[in-house]
Design a protein around this ligand. Structure first.
Ligand code: PXP
Length: 240
């Protein structure tokens, strides 16, 4: 069954805009789960621009589904993950200047260092997912690190300007999922997915979990968190 991981980073973005205590992403996670979220995803960035260490610690205690911690494969983040023990970790590239994660991580060029990170995390019982573009060499490298999952970067699909390029990106994602599954990897996807473009990605054979944030939080500001999550679950089934 395809599952939905709700990324609540942008609840924290609103809080950090005033450096105050509201809205609390921990409360948002509770509401998302009550509305049917299958998992909660947060990205602890090096610059702490939205999610704070305190959020991850509290979420570890309150999340009833599963907690996916997105982070860069740095020593600081690995130590935090080893201490907090999320249900799985998604390793992402990170640049301080970017507005959001741009492009997948380059496992090929950092293979030895990154393999070591997988060994450390999975050795402590934390499954690892690589956030990568659907490129043959990156998928092969992900499998060689012995990570359990990949998360296919759907940004190019989401940004495609016309139907032909959208279909082209969808084919690339579908082939990437097929290749990954053939090597024993499990496949998630995310980035830039919306109520309007999610369904074709939800239909990719073997897809397990979609991690979706900005579009859900944007809708939640207007209609409330529970309704926004329920409507995304429907959109994933092609029902809205
Ligand atoms: N997956 C990963 C690895 C991400 O970095 C992000 C953005 O934080 C998402 C999914 C969610 O993307 P969006 O907010 O565009 O739905």
């Amino acid at each position: 069954m395809l599952t939905l991981g709700v990324n609540i980073d942008h609840v924290a973005t609103i809080r950090q805009a005033r450096r105050t205590v509201e809205p609390d992403p921990v409360a948002a996670a509770v509401l998302a789960e009550l509305a049917g979220a299958d998992g909660i995803t947060v990205h602890l960035r090096e610059d702490r621009r939205h999610i704070q260490d305190r959020d991850v610690r509290l979420l570890r205690q309150t999340v009833r589904t599963h907690l996916n911690l997105e982070m860069a494969p740095t020593e600081e983040m690995v130590n935090i993950a080893l201490e907090i023990k999320p249900d799985y970790v998604t390793l992402v590239p990170e640049k301080r200047e970017e507005v959001t994660t741009e492009g997948g991580i380059d496992i090929v060029s950092n293979f030895d260092r990154f393999s070591e990170v997988v060994k450390q995390l999975q050795g402590a019982g934390i499954p690892v997912s690589w956030f990568i573009d659907a490129e043959e060499t990156q998928i092969e490298a992900a499998a060689k690190t012995e990570a359990k999952f990949i998360e296919l970067h759907t940004g190019k699909y989401a940004e495609a300007k016309d139907e032909a390029s959208k279909q082209q990106e969808l084919t690339i994602l579908t082939k990437g999922a097929e290749q990954a599954i053939a090597t024993g990897l499990r496949v998630n996807a995310g980035h830039g997915l919306t109520y309007w473009n999610v369904y074709p990605v939800a239909c990719i054979p073997g897809m397990e979990e979609l991690n979706i944030g900005h579009t859900i939080i944007s809708r939640a500001v207007l209609v409330g968190m529970k309704r926004a999550v329920r409507e995304m679950k429907l959109a994933m089934k092609g029902e809205v």
